[in-house]
Write a protein of this length. Sequence first.
Length: 229
Amino acid sequence: MTMRLCLSGVGKTFVMHLQDGIEIPVLRGVELAVKEGECVALTGPSGTGKSTILRMIYGNYVADEGQILVVDGARIFDMASAPPRRVIDLRLRTISYVSQFLRAVPRVPAIDVVAEPLRSLGTSPAEARDRAATLLARLNLPERLWSLPPATFSGGEQQRVNIARGLVAQRPILILDEPTASLDATNRDIVVELIDERKKAGTAVLGIFHDAIVRDAVADHCVDVQAFT
Ligand SMILES: Nc1ncnc2c1ncn2[C@@H]1O[C@H](COP(=O)(O)OP(=O)(O)OP(=O)(O)O)[C@@H](O)[C@H]1O
C-alpha cells in the first residue's frame, strides 16, 4: 500500500505573545504514518494534542520542528515548511478536513455549502449540487433544510452538513476531528459506512473518534498521542 501521510519528529510549542510570551510545550517527536485505504485513530486524554496534530497537517497550525510529508500521486510535499500557496493547493486537491464545528458563510444554503469544494475544482453547478444532494440524503438531512443557511441548524444537522462538505470532493487524504460527536446512533452508523467506503476507494483516513464504537468500526490501528507529550 502506498504511503499518503508521514509525520516524523514533529513538535509544537504554543507561545502566548499577549501573556509575556509564556510557552506551552504540547508535542514533541510525533511519528505516525497513514497508507492509502487505511484509517489511523489518534487516542489519548483530553489536552494531549490530538486536534493540534490534525491542524498542523492541514496547515492551520505551523509545526515548530519535524516533517509532515503529504503524498499526492508522484508528488511529495512537506506541510511543515510549505508556503501559503502550496497549503491552499493541497487543501483544494489533496486533503479534506472535517473540523468539529461547521464554519458556515452567512446566507449560503446548506446544499451550496456542501457543493462548494466541487465547484472550486471546476465541477459544473448542476453536478456539484447533485452530488451534494446525494450525500445530504444519505445523511438524512431533511430536504426542506437544503435551501436554508445552516447557521440556525441543530448541532447534529450542522455536523452532517460539515461531514457532507468534507466528503463530497473525494480527495486522497481525509482528516476527521470527532465527526460523530453530535449524532444519533442511526446517523453515526451512516458516517461509519461512508468512511468505510472511502477507505475501500483508497483514501487515507486520520481521525479522532471519542466514540469507541465508531473507532473500533473504522480504525485499522490507533496511535496514543500521550507518547509524544
Ligand atoms: N491556539 C492555541 N494557543 C494556545 N494553546 C493551544 C492552542 N491550541 C491548543 N492549545 C493547547 O494545546 C493543548 C492540546 O490541545 P488539543 O486541542 O490539541 O488537545 P486534544 O488532545 O485534541 O484535546 P481534546 O480531546 O480535549 O479535544 C491544550 O493544552 C491546549 O490548551
